[in-house]
Design a protein. Structure first.
Length: 302
């Protein structure tokens, strides 16, 4: 009798912990569904009949993106197809079994593309230099070609709100451009359209959601590259601002979505003599990454 009496509080505590985690997971899922659904609607990311290729790296962001898109697919007002693709670049120590096992359980169509770009990068890039620039270009070409060969209409990447803001500041501080990652990007040749369904989602929400969902995360340090200093500086700056000035990042992102060309200084976006907006000669974008290498993200950088 005493054993049952002492066991009951422990069971109650475990049950209460599970209940709280389940409640938190449900709230996070609803929030991320709302963020992704709003981004899809605002930027016309997914349309009826689309075949969407979700690029998976094994990081928290791409897992969350696929998870939320699969969830939304069930209740979406339009029918669209989802496939998952991972590029196995043959980095030493890469756990090849993790993603196939996870995706097989989901029952989704998936493809593992095996290309030894790791050896190419190691051969071409001097020791001690960052490999991210060449690595991302090779990935982009391989995935673009795969998408075209398989009738893919949209390529989905897991970049989130914080990634977009970080890239904006990186380009301002180090690239001399007012430029970020667009939620939707059409390549100049018309071959591919890149979408970022997590564009409105906060990184801290994604990180917590990934933890609660217990995704089988693959570490992103397999290539041996050091953490990129420039991106890390911006990330730490944002973290400080978020603690000292709650809401600042949200305001900054609203500014990214509310641009007034007449109050900037780009004559290709605004005709200051005539007082009217212009289309802008630089609106067409050839790549989905900054021209300068700002380091590896947690997802496949196109």
């Amino acid at each position: 009798m005493s054993e049952a009496t002492t066991a009951r509080p422990e069971n109650t505590l475990v049950s209460e912990h599970d209940r709280r985690q389940k409640t938190e997971l449900n709230k996070l899922q609803k929030r991320l569904r709302r963020d992704v659904g709003q981004a899809i609607a605002d930027f016309s990311m997914i349309e009826a009949g689309d075949k969407v290729m979700c690029c998976l790296s094994g990081g928290k962001d791409s897992y969350a993106m696929l998870d939320i898109l699969l969830n939304l697919q069930k209740s979406a007002p339009v029918r669209f197809e989802l496939i998952a693709v991972n590029l196995d670049q043959k980095q030493p120590g890469f756990p090849e079994h993790i993603l196939p096992e996870y995706l097989a359980k989901l029952g989704i169509e998936y493809h593992i593309i095996e290309k030894d770009t790791y050896s190419i990068v190691k051969e071409k890039v001097p020791e001690g230099k960052t490999t991210c620039g060449l690595c991302s270009r090779l990935r982009r070409g391989i995935l673009y070609n795969f998408a075209e060969e398989h009738g893919v209409t949209k390529i989905a990447l897991g970049h989130h709100r914080d990634d977009l803001l970080e890239t904006l500041f990186l380009n301002m501080f180090y690239g001399g451009k007012l430029k970020s990652m667009p939620p939707v990007l059409h390549s100049d040749d018309g071959r591919n359209t890149v979408i970022r369904p997590l564009a409105y989602a906060r990184e801290q929400d994604i990180a917590r959601y990934a933890s609660l969902r217990d995704f089988p995360i693959i570490p992103c340090n397999l290539c041996g590259s050091q953490e990129n200093l420039q991106r890390q500086v911006i990330k730490e700056m944002f973290q400080t601002w978020d603690k000292q000035h709650p809401g600042r990042l949200e305001t900054m992102f609203r500014a990214l979505c509310n641009v007034e060309p007449s109050h900037l200084a780009d004559p290709e976006l605004y005709d200051f003599k005539e007082g009217r907006r212009l289309g802008g000669a630089r609106q067409a974008v050839q790549t989905a990454e900054p021209q300068q290498d700002f380091g590896r993200l947690d997802v496949l950088n196109l």
